[in-house]
Design a protein around this ligand. Sequence first.
Ligand SMILES: Nc1ncnc2c1ncn2[C@@H]1O[C@H](COP(=O)(O)OP(=O)(O)OP(=O)(O)O)[C@@H](O)[C@H]1O
Length: 289
Amino acid sequence: MTDEKSRSTGYHMGDVKTVISVDDVNAQAKQMAEPVELSKIAGLANNDPFVKVEDLKAGYGKMQILHDVNLQVAKGQSLCLIGPNGAGKSTILHSIFGFTNIFGGKIMIGDGPNKKDVTALSPNQKLKEAGIAYILQDKSVFPGMTVEENLWMGGYLMDNQNDAKEAAEKVFQKYDRLAKRRKHQAKVLSGGERRLLEISRALVMNPDVLLVDEPSIGLEPRFIDMVFDILDDLQNTEGKTIIMVEQNAKKGLEFADIGYVLVSGELAIAGKGDDLLENPEVGRLFLGG
Ligand SMILES: Nc1ncnc2c1ncn2[C@@H]1O[C@H](COP(=O)(O)OP(=O)(O)OP(=O)(O)O)[C@@H](O)[C@H]1O
């Protein structure tokens, strides 16, 4: 068996690592391909896509990673992308935010018939004009700056920096835990507090859509639940729409209304998060069981 073929998918449930090969996952998940429109996912309360990605072809430089990706999520819903390492999950978030080269397809955002085509907007425009925020994987805080200064950075696109400070105060009012540490340098925060700061910084611009890349990565188990509780509150109390990539597939699918499985840059399976958790093939391939 070659090194490539013997690579595990990296998916885990607790401490149980899968030992299934990437090739096996790719071949089997592709056979399970299903339609991915929201209206075809039974049991969702809202079928009007607020974020709609149509036939997206995108990549880095000249290299195409995503092949005709379609995904949809309604306002106030959450969507979790799972799939093997290198499948292109983060590349979907990068593309929605404007970090990739788009070779074809469209990214639309908005309610009902008022959807706008935001495909060509820059990341700054995505944040300022389209209300989309990207929460980076681990280690994106500025360690030598205080918590407060980090939060103000979240409003760097605002025309008036006093507005950024005012918006940061609102975020402090929501997260007392962060407010208590506002004068501390970010480098002294715990892992969980740092993740809270990363999420909070994205909230300063009051976005409608949160793109969340690996919220549990690098966190001790006791902080993982805290971070998912924060995201749950943002979705269910504040109506944020969440599109997430999560390596811990079980946690991600338990959290999300909708789950998508991405394989080799193509969407292979879509369904309610709960249904994917119950799906024996998804369980075997991605949940270690
Ligand atoms: N900035 C970049 N420039 C060039 N290639 C990239 C870049 N980022 C990712 N890639 C490549 O794109 C492919 C998909 O990567 P991506 O990070 O989207 O996968 P993923 O499904 O999120 O994987 P993982 O679970 O390992 O994070 C990989 O082959 C990766 O090497």
